[in-house]
Design a protein around this ligand. Structure first.
Ligand code: NDP
Length: 247
């Protein structure tokens, strides 16, 4: 009967996006869905630590500072004066160490990947994007750092410790959450939004086959949440459905 339907598509309208750990799992799906979106970014930097593989292009090993600095130069030379709009720190490692099996080496190496990562190096490119965007307020299309976190790192929830102790993983993600909060405070003045996002329990190498959520579904949710972020939601910890989580 001539019914007119209005379909609202929330899209991340960032001109440029960089995703770490994009050779598999959630990172790969983020790149796939961004590239296939109705308004894809002009530049998608799909980074991984071994770009000689079939899908990688820019090398970023998040525990290797020269590799990150090389990527910053490569990205800057592509983007010229525009800067980078959206950095998604997705690369991460898990650890099943228990109170009895963990050692300091494992704690530190998980911390190096999950917390230190690309914390500092891309900030000048994000600042450049924030200044040049000609936009007010905070958003992922202007300039943003999104850290892929996990509910397991929530001190407030402290979920399932006896079933899944995972001390190094949980502690590293709790530390990453603190970094996100601090960045949000410090970078607000510079026009850069920061938030942490929990992707759900997702079927990937890390999440295992047991996980209830398909990666396509999780990433669709994550991208919808990213598109909705603003000044009011910078510095928050959200899940892939947009629900607020306790730090
Ligand atoms: P996967 O294990 O499938 O993928 C992890 C990715 O991180 C790979 O691309 C891996 O690269 C990359 N990576 C690890 N270490 C480094 C490094 N030093 N430098 C660069 N890249 C690195 O995990 P997921 O896709 O499931 O996880 C992605 C993110 O989501 C992680 O931060 C994880 O903590 C988080 N998360 C996942 C959940 C899940 O259920 N799957 C639940 C909650 C959070 P390589 O192939 O070279 O190892």
């Amino acid at each position: 009967r001539g019914e007119l339907r209005c379909i609202c598509i929330m899209a991340v309208l960032a001109r440029s996006v960089l995703v770490t750990g994009s050779n598999r799992g959630i990172g790969l799906e983020l790149v796939r869905q961004l590239a296939a979106s109705p308004w894809p970014p002009h530049h998608i930097f799909a980074t991984c630590r071994h770009p000689e593989g079939p899908r990688g292009k820019v090398s970023v090993d998040t525990v290797n500072v020269p590799s990150i600095q090389g990527a910053v130069r490569a990205v800057d030379s592509h983007l010229k004066d525009q800067g980078l709009n959206l950095l998604i720190n997705n690369a991460g490692v898990s650890s099943h160490a228990t109170l009895h099996s963990l050692d300091s080496q494992e704690m530190l190496s998980v911390f190096a990947t999950n917390v230190v990562g690309t914390l500092q190096e891309f900030l000048p490119l994000l600042e450049k994007a924030a200044k040049g965007a000609g936009k007010e307020g905070l958003s992922c299309s202007r300039a943003a750092v999104i850290n892929v976190s996990t509910k397991l790192g929530s001190i407030g929830l402290c979920l399932g410790v006896l079933q899944a102790p995972m001390y190094p993983y949980r502690a590293s993600k709790a530390a990453q959450n603190m970094v996100t909060r601090c960045l949000a405070v410090e970078l607000q003045e510079k026009g850069i939004l920061c938030a942490a996002i929990h992707p759900g329990w997702v079927k990937t190498d890390m999440g295992t086959e047991e996980a209830p959520l398909m990666v396509e579904h999780s990433v669709r949710g994550i991208l919808t949440v990213l598109a909705s972020l603003s000044q009011d939601t910078s510095g928050t910890f959200l899940d892939w459905e947009g629900n607020s989580l306790p730090w």
